[in-house]
Design a protein around this ligand. Structure first.
Ligand code: ATP
Ligand code: MG
Length: 330
């Protein structure tokens, strides 16, 4: 088991006693994974995939049925490691009568800081999440997004080494989402590992350097975000391919399509714009442009396209469902 990984699990399995009717697989099935230190690690998967189950096992809130793991080097469920961990749960409920300062200080004190230190540490974190103007106001006067920011400050005030975030930007406005993303990226720069659970794939794509995808209790794939995205595009060799969008001004490109040097694949030719897949060589783009010029195609753009995480996610889950369920949706 890797000592340097802040989260490391081997063959981790959870079977709940009352499994929902018709489900034949464990809630979490034989998961082996290492989360790199100082990464922002995104855990993705459709509803019921096992994400919350995994977080509960990691935080010692549920006991595994099989397998093992460590959190910051200590066995899962050990109390000592929990002090070095911050957690922003989804849909947290707040003591409405407390002020922002009291709530964050209380969280820090519960994580093992002395009361005075906890009060001192609370203020800069409340400022960092953009709530300095409401430091001493009761939480009942806060909007949903303000509560979410407050939860984040409370999860961070004891300066954890490892932070769990469940839907961190839920209810937060676009400007606030960006601030939270920037804050999380800043944490990584300080060496803090962040484990994010979210359905917002655009956010995950912008924030996470590593992702893991769960489906039906099992790991579908994991790795650096860019690798997972390209893997879904066309098998193991996808990293060696680049997809370009070519747009021309008026000319019909169709007669020239098949002659493009090195062409691996072409998608949706509409006559004046199309997508072509070429080998990922240094000069592929300039060869493509030379060819199109020689064919007297008046170019508007040649633009490399990156698959979105959402495209890749849906393709991977559909393929996994076909393999596991033989085509039936669940
Ligand atoms: N306490 C429980 N008892 C029985 N089954 C449970 C229990 N908790 C979760 N499950 C089942 O385990 C599976 C995984 O649930 P889990 O909550 O981990 O999913 P999730 O990936 O977090 O989904 P969501 O995206 O909807 O939050 C589901 O089939 C769920 O019904
Ligand atoms: Mg969940």
């Amino acid at each position: 088991m890797s000592d340097s990984s802040p989260i490391s699990v081997r063959h981790l399995t959870k079977i709940f006693p009352g499994q929902p009717q018709g489900r034949r697989w464990p809630a979490l099935d034989d998961l082996t994974i290492d989360v790199p230190r100082a990464s922002i690690f995104g855990l993705l998967g459709p509803n019921g995939a096992g994400k919350t189950t995994l977080v509960k096992l990691l935080l010692g809130l549920a006991r595994p049925s099989g397998g093992s793991g460590t959190l910051l080097g200590a066995p899962l469920g050990a109390v000592a490691a929990r002090r070095k961990v911050g957690f922003l749960p989804e849909g947290q409920s707040f003591p409405e009568y407390m002020t922002a300062r009291q709530f964050v200080a209380q969280g820090a004190a519960l994580s093992g800081l002395g009361r005075r230190e906890a009060r001192e540490r609370a203020v800069p974190w409340i400022e960092k999440v953009g709530l300095s103007g409401v430091l001493d106001q009761p939480i009942r006067t806060f909007s949903k997004g303000m509560k979410q920011r407050l939860g984040l400050a409370a999860a961070l005030a004891h300066e954890p080494e490892l932070l769990f975030l469940d839907e961190p930007t839920d209810g937060v406005d676009p400007g606030g989402r960006r601030e939270i993303r920037d804050l999380v990226v800043g944490l990584r720069e300080k060496g803090i590992t962040v484990f994010v659970n979210s359905h917002l794939l655009g956010e995950i794509d912008q924030m996470c350097d590593h992702i893991a995808i769960l489906n039906l209790g099992r790991l579908v794939t994991e790795g650096p975000t860019s690798e997972v995205k390209t893997k879904a595009l066309g098998g193991a060799s996808a990293r060696d391919r680049v997809r370009y969008l070519v747009s021309s001004v008026g000319d019909d490109m169709r007669p020239f399509l098949a002659q493009i040097p090195g062409l691996i694949d072409r998608v949706d030719p509409t006559g004046t714009s199309l997508e072509v897949m070429l080998p990922a060589t240094d000069n592929a783009a300039s060869e493509l442009i030379d060819f199109l010029r020689a064919a007297e195609i008046r170019l508007r753009t040649v633009q490399p396209l990156e698959a979105s995480l959402e495209d890749s996610f849906i393709a991977l889950i559909q393929a996994d469902n076909r393999q596991r369920l033989g085509g039936s949706p669940q």
